[in-house]
Design a protein around this ligand. Structure first.
Ligand SMILES: Cc1cc2nc3c(=O)[nH]c(=O)nc-3n(C[C@H](O)[C@H](O)[C@H](O)COP(=O)(O)OP(=O)(O)OC[C@H]3O[C@@H](n4cnc5c(N)ncnc54)[C@H](O)[C@@H]3O)c2cc1C
Length: 512
């Protein structure tokens, strides 16, 4: 096998014959002697006038056995298998369940929200009537926070496990095969619900169980053993092992741990705003003025160190829209999502500052929940500044930098609407001063990033969990309850769809 790099103009589709000819030339053999040419990586190169795809290709001679990345998962029938309770049907919970199926265990999934399709109506209602259902919203319900999202599957968490194990399963359940080769794979919110449903159907067909509208409110414990869980309404479920994959927005679970004195710890997170630009401007900047309509909507990723804290762009959604990701009434949280075509007029990204426990004062009384209560207070503040509904308080970027009110606002993708407000009234000074400095740095790297057409909208606060449910680093179980497995983003050990899915797989591998 020989690894070859090929560059092709972005608007050119290579035929198999052309690909084989290029591989043959590089290998010094005839095209007829090429057994297989596998494209294993595709990345966009927009540095020059000619925008290219850089392809990494594996060339195999006839007779050589190609190594295919895509392998179909094999799931067992687990009707008679040992039961494992999984609390939460987000990426961590679902991928844990799929791994348990492979290993012959029977997953019993308890999810506080509804199935993906019913959940969609609650989400539509949220924007229309500004009513937040505490069990069915952008964060809660089948598929978790990852369903009505951008579906970016890019992760740096290579050390956590085999990313292909996650990507292969997404493909098996209906995602485009290109996610296996793209440097920045993405699925899109229009495709994710069907994939999530296909996963559920397979889990049930193989003997697993799903129970929706089943919010877990307590653990049933005996000494240092968890016997089962209790749901709202009193129904109880029992099993030898419990995986707790409730995500970073399940504050009731953190409060339960705190009240019962079960070990948790505070954890730094990041706080800031969502910034929305016209996508055409981001295309112009990132493609250096050479954007053509056949090119994908441009992305960006920025990071700066300001006064000892990281300031970084987070979950950038090219061609996306802003959505209300609140999980309770009286609070306002923004996030972004996009469909597979990424074809809206807007580009949005969280731009956030790392927050460490030492940055805040006055929250000591909350103990390990200090950062969570701080996060919650900021979200309440944003809600009030928005006018007491889910309209987003917003300020033009140029006004934010000058410290002046915005008299009018540009259009936004945020359906509930935006109202002019001072961002420095909502976020504390240690955040806004760093945000300001970072924006000037971003503008030096991306000329034109600072513009009156860009909006800062408050707040982006659910970047990662402000609490960690402490677990044993080797066994991945809770430090006290050896048969309880805190898992995914809510446990504080993952962030994003792929890393949460990998954590689900790792935890499921620990079950005995
Ligand atoms: C709008 C939006 C866009 C995003 N876009 C991306 C993206 O493009 N790429 C990316 O990598 N990440 C994205 N994220 C983040 C990503 O979705 C999360 O990192 C990921 O979903 C975390 O997975 P998880 O399984 O650990 O938790 P979650 O996805 O939060 O799932 C937790 C599940 O547990 C359930 N639950 C909570 N409490 C209970 C209880 N007491 N009883 C029963 N069930 C309970 C919830 O209803 C939920 O279904 C986005 C998030 C949002 C909100």
């Amino acid at each position: 096998m020989k690894e070859i790099e090929i560059t092709v103009p972005i608007n050119l589709e290579l035929s198999k014959k052309e690909l084989y000819a290029l591989v043959a030339r590089s290998m010094g053999i005839t095209p007829e002697s090429v057994g297989e040419a596998l494209i294993v990586r595709r990345s966009l190169d927009a540095r020059g006038k000619n925008v290219l795809y850089r392809l990494k290709v594996e060339g195999y001679k006839r007779g050589e056995e190609p190594v295919y990345r895509y392998k179909e998962p094999v799931y067992k029938n687990v009707r008679e298998g040992k039961s494992v309770i999984i609390v939460g049907a987000g990426p961590a919970g679902i991928f844990a369940a799929l791994k348990l199926l492979e290993r012959g265990y029977k997953p019993i999934i308890l999810e506080r929200g509804k199935d993906v399709h019913q959940r969609k109506s609650d989400i539509a209602r949220l924007s229309r009537e500004q009513f937040v259902d505490p069990d069915s919203n952008y964060c809660f319900g089948e598929g978790g926070a990852g369903t009505y999202s951008d579906g970016k599957l890019y992760t740096r968490s290579n050390k956590r496990g085999d990313i292909y194990e996650v990507l292969n399963q997404f493909v098996f359940f209906g995602a485009d095969k290109n996610i296996l080769i793209d440097a920045h794979p993405h699925i899109g919110t229009d495709r994710l619900p069907q994939i999530i449903e296909n996963m559920r159907l397979t889990i049930i067909e193989n003997g697993g169980e799903y129970h929706f509208n089943s919010r877990v409110v307590d653990l049933i414990t005996e000494g240092e053993v968890v016997k089962g869980v209790k749901c709202k309404g009193g129904k109880e479920y029992y099993a030898d092992n419990v995986i707790l994959a409730t995500g970073h927005s399940a504050r009731d679970i953190y409060r339960l741990f705190s009240e019962r004195g079960w070990k948790i710890e505070k954890k730094g997170f990041a706080l800031g705003v969502r910034i929305e630009h016209p996508q055409s401007l981001i295309n112009k900047i990132q493609y250096h003025g050479f954007y053509q309509p056949y090119m994908p909507a441009a992305e960006y990723s920025q990071v700066a160190q300001i006064e000892g804290r990281g300031v970084f762009s987070f979950c950038m959604c090219p061609g996306g829209i802003l959505v209300p990701a609140s999980t309770a009434s009286g609070e306002l949280v923004l996030n972004g999502m996009s469909n597979s075509a990424r074809n809206s007029k807007w580009a949005n990204a969280g731009v956030v500052v790392s927050v460490e426990p030492s940055d805040i004062s006055g929250y000591e009384k909350y103990g390990e929940l200090a950062l969570m209560e701080f996060q919650s207070d900021i979200e309440k503040e944003a809600f009030m500044y928005g006018g007491g509904n889910i309209k987003a308080p917003a300020q033009r970027m140029t006004d934010f930098l000058k410290g002046k009110d915005s008299s009018g606002l540009p259009q936004t993708s945020y359906h509930p609407g935006a109202v002019p407000a001072r961002i420095d009234g909502i976020l504390p000074g240690f955040i806004t001063s760093r945000l300001k400095q970072a924006l000037y740095i971003f503008d030096r790297r991306m000329k034109g990033y600072i513009t009156p057409d860009a909006l800062l909208l408050a707040v982006e606060s659910r970047t990662s969990s402000p609490v960690r449910i402490t677990r044993d680093p080797d066994q991945l179980c809770h430090v006290t309850f050896k048969n309880l497995y805190p898992c995914g983003e809510g446990a504080g050990y993952a962030g994003g769809i792929v890393s949460s899915a990998l954590d689900g797989i790792n935890v499921a591998n620990q079950i005995k």
